[in-house]
Design a protein around this ligand. Structure first.
Ligand code: ATP
Length: 239
């Protein structure tokens, strides 16, 4: 199995506070890796480091073959990132958002137009191409934000609570897009507070107070913790 993210003894301190306390884990190429933990466990801190947006205090981190200390620009070109908080520009239209991202990643106008048409058709959002993001339903925004994050065919996509605030049916539909991306060879690294989503991951890590306390497939975790679902596993680990 090929490793696409290798993390060894990753530490991130804010003053004396250790937000990431010696994290060690690998993510395999093509897998859907769930990164779980209660509020404040340290997930966003780690994800920002893996994306090259923040520097570790210490530890070795390699993402998509690039070193986190020396090659953050290369990392950024090879990944996609979607966070719940900022991903689309609310006061731009659907099409303008796509143009903006395509421009940032250096995609030609011709290729962008082709991909945009294909994408909007797939999402059933052709009619909405000239509408402002601000007026769209949250589920649509999330699907579009995800699609834009992988518009440049990155090796890895990082999703930080991508489905916050929507119902289970909308979440399930969002996950169809995640599976499609994974089938196309994109590695998916996803944080979530929803345990139905944890069940959809190939492997899941569970953090508590800056440390990874468990990491395995959902089936193995349920067996180990004698739990009937991931909710029960999570409650035994995260305080
Ligand atoms: N820039 C910062 N300065 C100081 N403390 C910070 C900073 N960023 C995060 N922290 C602290 O580090 C801890 C981990 O935060 P982080 O956002 O990584 O948690 P999280 O697991 O992503 O939580 P959530 O599920 O709520 O998003 C928290 O206690 C937070 O207050």
């Amino acid at each position: 199995m090929e490793t696409i993210i290798a993390v060894k003894n990753l530490v991130k301190k804010f003053g004396n506070f250790m937000a990431n306390d010696h994290l060690t884990f690998d993510v395999h190429k093509g897998e859907i890796f769930g990164f779980l933990g209660a509020n404040g466990a340290g997930k966003t801190t780690a994800i920002r480091i893996l994306c090259g947006l923040s520097s570790p205090t210490s530890g070795d981190v390699n993402v998509a073959g690039f070193d986190i200390y020396r090659e953050t620009e290369k990392i950024k070109k090879n990944i996609g990132y979607m966070s719940q908080k900022f991903s689309l520009y609310e006061d731009l239209t659907v099409s303008e958002n796509i143009q903006l991202y395509a421009g940032i990643y250096g995609i030609s106008a011709k290729k962008r137009k082709e991909k945009e048409a294909e994408l909007l058709k797939k999402l059933g959002m052709g009619e909405a191409r000239g509408k402002l993001i601000a007026g769209l339903p949250l589920g649509w925004k999330q699907k579009l934000a995800f699609s834009v994050a992988i518009f440049h065919d990155p090796k890895i996509v990082f999703l930080d609570e991508p489905t916050g605030g929507v119902d289970p049916v909308t979440r399930r539909k969002f996950w169809d897009l995640i599976y499609e991306a994974a089938n196309n060879g994109i590695t998916v690294f996803v944080t979530t507070h929803y345990m139905d989503e944890a069940e959809y991951c190939d492997r899941v890590s569970i953090m508590d107070a800056g440390k990874i306390e468990a990491l395995d497939t959902p089936a193995k975790l349920k067996e180990k913790y004698q739990a009937s679902n991931m909710d029960e596993v999570f409650l035994q680990i995260a305080r």
